[in-house]
Ligand binder design. Sequence first.
Ligand code: UT7
Length: 335
Amino acid sequence: MEGIKLKQIGVSFKGSGSYVPDQILTNQKISKKVDTSDEWIKSRTGISERRISSPGDNVTEMGYEAALTAIQMANWDIKTIDLIVLATSTPHDLFGSAPSIQSKLGACNAVAFDLTAACSGFLFGLVTASQFLRGGSFKRAIVIGADQLSSFVDWNDRRSCILFGDGAGALAIEATNEFDNFLGFDMRTDGGRGSFLNLPSKNNKDSIIDNIDFLSGGFSSIQMNGQEVYKFAVREVPIIIDELLKKTNYSSHEVDWLVLHQANQRILDSVGERLKIPGEKILSNLEKYGNTSAATIPLMMDEAIRNNRIKQNDIIATSGFGAGLSWGAALIKWG
Ligand code: UT7
């Protein structure tokens, strides 16, 4: 309507946090369990070790620690948080773990819910939360990515067990009228290729009474076609980032950091090569943590922010990809 100019609400990045369990499982130790070697794992994936939750740890505890450190960096009064989104595929409670995190934090004014999109979960959660901020409904949000895949790995399957570890990361984001540091995003799903990586339910038929049967709850272990997932990632991730850069009028030279889901160092290198982004701009901590699913992106960002690598106003291209199959990308300016 003429005469009325609505002010655009933008998103600002205020804090980051992360948490990993203490137990370290090295490649040498895995090679005592399955027929593999440090040399094979290191050369094919870049991973040297990963963190494994102790029986006392869980996604709620890890997510809480990551969220708390992000809130401390943002310097927020916890009661001012409006929204908590927990991206996880391995909740401590199938009805949702975000409410327990909300309660433990004392974030009594926040609505909290889980979101499941496997390794794309954090990216999808960040986009979801940012839409609530842009829409004007909420001002402050915490987005957490946390996973405990060690509980669902088949520790006798050398083709998959070497990849995964446990951890959590979080970002604190805020609505602002002054600028917009969420420069753009894109998200995709192809359920037709979902069988390449899944964690299906167990179909244990049981009976309640007489002829009334039911399927008892439970899940099997991670099933993965590694080669197909690899091909999917190296093809789709450069395309979605490239299209996002074009859409937002940025060139790959203007990207300060490429923060990809930490799946395999060879995937990171290949995506960087295709986008013509040099190795020194591609952040990686795979060596220490392996693939922590929804946690990889905020875990990596938090480390780089605290090491003073990612600085205020740096341009970050990020992409999550994995089971679903699902993938997405976001272009953000830190701060
Ligand atoms: O969030 C997404 C999660 N998933 C992924 O990121 C998976 C993406 N894919 C990958 O990272 C790679 O495909 C893997 C690391 C999983 C496997 O690497 P690869 O280079 O694709 O190996 P491959 O599956 O082609 O297997 C090559 C050989 C096979 O032996 P043969 O048949 O050639 O004799 C495998 O049996 O390596 C063997 N192999 C192993 N050997 C030692 C497979 N796993 C192992 C192992 N140790 N752990």
